[in-house]
Write a protein that binds this ligand. Structure first.
Ligand code: NAP
Length: 285
C-alpha cells in the first residue's frame, strides 16, 4: 500500500506554524495584510477567493477584499493596484485569475509591485526563481516542494518528470526541482513517447488539466505521484490528472485530489504574505 500524501494535514501544520509567526509580528505592531482583488462573478474564482480569505482569517492575516464588476476597465483595475502598491499597511496583492477579455493579464501582473507579488508571477520574481535568487515563489510549485519535503521524500538525484509547462505550475515546479538537485524532464502537448518518459520518473508531477490522463501503465513501480490537476467531471465530482484508483498500488506515495496539492497552494500564499510583512524590503536589495 502506498503512502497517501495528506496535503490537507500538511497545509494545516504549516498554517498552525504561521499562526505563531503572525502573533509575533502583531506583538511588534505589524499586521500582515493581503489585498484580494476579484473581477467579475466567475463561480470558481469566487470559491477560490473565499477559500483564500477564510485561510487568512484562520491564521490571523487581515484580508482586504476588492470586488470589481466584470466590465471594469483596465485603467480602473490598474488604479486599484497602484493605490495598493503605495499603501504601507498592505503586504501582499493578489489578483484572482482569469481576468475578463478586455483586460490584459500580463499588464496587470506587471503592475503589482514585486515586493507585494505574493503569487510570484511578476517577471522580477520569475527571474529570481530562474537564477536561484530569493523572491516570491509561485505558490503551487512551492507547495509541491514542501509536500515532498514534509513527507520525507528525497528529491536529490531523483528523475523528476513534470507533465505540463505552464508559467504558473509546470515551469516553476521544474525550476524548484532542479534547485533541489533533481534531474528534471519537462513534457508538454508536443512531447513524443510521453508514456515511456513518464515510466522513467521517480517523481512524476502531473499539471495538465485532463482527467485521469496518467494511467497505471505510465507509472514505474515505486514512483512518487504528485497530482496538480483539478478536473470537474459530469457528475460534479472533482478528480486529478492521475488515475488515482489504478495508480495508487504501484506508487510508493501519491497525492489525492482533492486534498493534495490544492490546500498547499493556499498555505504557501499565506507563507509568502508573512515573508513580505517580515522582510519584504530586504528581499530585493
Ligand atoms: P495550462 O496552462 O492549461 O497548462 C497545461 C499544460 O499541459 C501545457 O503545458 C500543455 O502543453 C500540457 N498538455 C496539455 N495536453 C497535454 C498532453 N496530452 N500531454 C502532455 N502535456 C499536455 O494549465 P495549468 O494552469 O498549468 O494547470 C494545470 C492543471 O492544474 C489544471 O487542472 C489546473 O486547474 C490545475 N491547477 C491546480 C492548482 C492547485 O492549487 N491545485 C493550481 C494551479 C493549477 P502545451 O504547453 O504544449 O500546450
Amino acid at each position: 500500500m502506498s503512502q497517501l500524501i495528506d496535503g490537507k494535514q500538511i497545509a494545516k501544520d504549516i498554517k498552525d506554524e504561521l499562526k505563531k509567526e503572525i502573533q509575533q509580528l502583531k506583538n511588534s505592531n505589524i499586521e500582515p495584510t493581503l489585498a484580494v482583488i476579484l473581477v467579475g462573478e466567475d463561480p470558481a474564482s469566487q470559491i477560490y477567493v473565499s477559500n483564500k480569505k477564510k485561510a487568512c482569517a484562520y491564521v490571523g492575516i487581515r484580508s482586504l477584499s476588492y470586488e470589481l464588476p466584470g466590465d471594469v476597465t483596465e485603467e480602473e483595475l490598474l488604479g486599484v493596484i497602484e493605490e495598493l502598491n503605495q499603501r504601507e499597511d498592505v503586504h501582499g496583492i493578489l489578483v484572482q485569475l482569469p481576468l475578463p477579455a478586455q483586460i490584459e493579464e500580463e499588464k496587470i501582473l506587471m503592475a503589482i509591485h514585486p515586493e507585494k507579488d505574493v503569487d510570484g508571477f511578476h517577471p522580477i520574481n520569475v527571474g529570481a526563481l530562474s537564477i536561484g535568487k530569493e523572491g516570491f515563489q509561485p505558490c503551487t510549485a512551492a507547495g509541491i516542494i514542501e509536500l515532498l519535503k514534509r513527507s520525507q521524500i528525497t528529491i536529490e538525484g531523483k528523475h523528476c518528470v513534470v507533465v505540463g509547462r505552464s508559467n504558473i505550475v509546470g515551469k516553476p515546479v521544474s525550476l524548484l526541482l532542479i534547485q533541489e538537485n533533481g534531474t528534471v524532464t519537462i513534457c508538454h502537448s508536443k512531447t513524443k513517447n510521453l508514456k515511456d518518459i513518464c515510466r522513467q520518473a521517480d517523481i512524476l508531477v502531473a499539471a495538465v488539466g485532463k482527467a485521469n490522463m496518467i494511467t497505471s501503465d505510465m507509472v514505474k513501480d515505486g514512483a512518487v505521484l504528485i497530482d496538480v490537476g483539478v478536473n470537474r467531471l459530469e457528475n460534479g465530482k472533482v478528480c486529478g490528472d492521475i488515475d488515482f484508483e489504478n495508480c495508487k498500488e504501484k506508487a510508493s506515495a501519491i497525492t489525492p485530489v482533492p486534498g493534495g496539492v490544492g490546500p498547499m497552494t493556499i498555505a504557501m500564499l499565506l507563507y509568502n504574505c508573512i515573508q513580505s510583512a517580515k522582510n519584504g524590503e530586504e528581499l530585493f536589495v
